[in-house]
Design a protein around this ligand. Structure first.
Ligand code: ADP
Length: 286
């Protein structure tokens, strides 16, 4: 069982500077992505030299958007797999299915990506069953092969095949962490929430909200992230800020939008919600 998506779009965008922040004027086909460091150049180098990439960072900080952007930029199809704790090596590689008179083989998304080329993006890879590392190891070192035990085939990854994995180091427990022997096969990028100016630019771009409100939302998120005494598994993400801004831009009351899109998604504990709402009231002065 897996979620599988393939994208192939044209590359077409330009960089420009706005208030010292490099902004991307994205074409309608290129997903908008505002770089926060050297990640674009690093990814391009990794692709050129056929190195696999690992992206770690909290939920909603732009990892998926970055990969979608890079796929279009490099003109590569994108095969995305959302990993979960039941995902096995067979889900990635493929399996025999029973037909009317015989069984037939169906490629999994990893095999398909190796056959067709492009980026295979395994989102939240540490969630997957441990047997998946057996298929990832020979693909992520310089052999770049995918042995398919059940069909006896060994596939050699084409030049433009690229393995990309991501995970959130925040909520993994020790058992779920990525094994060092797997981790050290990848070029690793650490993502965090963008700085205030960039996050404001992202919120404005994604929602169309006015700069003044976007700025207030960003300072609210930064205040929430700085709180230490609430034991939240996740923090106010850029994604949640964008959702909040979309509600406000759609005419929803500011405080109600913050409750619905920024605070309630963070916790089920009513006392914690009340405490976090205090920060919302303080930010908007009501
Ligand atoms: P992740 O994969 O890290 O969980 P996403 O890539 O889905 O997070 O990001 C969530 C949303 O936040 C995106 O859909 C986009 O609206 C916004 N976003 C976050 N960072 C950026 C960025 N650097 N440039 C453009 N949009 C961003």
């Amino acid at each position: 069982m897996f979620f599988f998506r393939q994208e192939s779009l044209a590359v077409n965008e330009e960089y420009s500077m706005r208030n010292g922040v490099p902004a991307i004027e994205a074409s309608s086909e290129t997903p908008f992505y505002l770089p926060t460091g050297n990640e674009v150049a690093l990814f391009e180098h990794a692709h050129r030299h056929r190195l696999p990439v690992l992206i770690k960072g909290p939920t909603g900080c732009g990892k998926t958007r970055f990969i979608r952007h890079m796929a279009v930029r490099l003109g590569l199809p994108l095969h995305t797999v959302a990993c979960h704790d039941d995902l096995t090596a067979a889900d990635l590689v493929g399996r025999h299915l029973i037909g009317e008179d015989s069984t037939y083989w169906v490629d999994g998304p990893l095999t398909r990506a190796v056959r067709e080329g492009g980026i295979c993006y395994l989102d939240e890879v540490v969630e997957a069953r441990k047997d998946t590392t057996v298929v990832l190891h020979p693909l992520s070192d310089d052999r770049r092969i995918l042995p398919i035990e059940r069909t006896g085939e060994t596939l050699h990854a084409p030049e433009d095949f690229m393995l990309v994995v991501s995970y959130n180091p925040g909520y993994q427990n020790l058992l779920k962490g990525m094994k060092p022997s797997t981790r050290q096969r990848f070029v690793a990028l650490r993502f965090g929430y963008p700085d205030a100016a960039r996050e404001q630019a992202i919120v404005e771009h994604e929602s169309g909200i006015e700069a003044r409100v976007a700025k207030q939302l960003v300072s609210l998120a930064r205040a929430l992230r700085a709180l230490k005494d609430h034991d939240l598994e996740e923090n106010a993400s850029t994604r949640l800020l964008v959702y909040t801004a979309i509600l406000i831009q759609g005419g929803f009351d500011v405080v109600a939008a913050c409750r619905a899109a920024l605070i309630e998604p963070l916790t089920d504990d009513e006392e914690t919600v009340a405490a976090l709402m205090e920060v919302v009231h303080a930010t908007f002065g009501r």
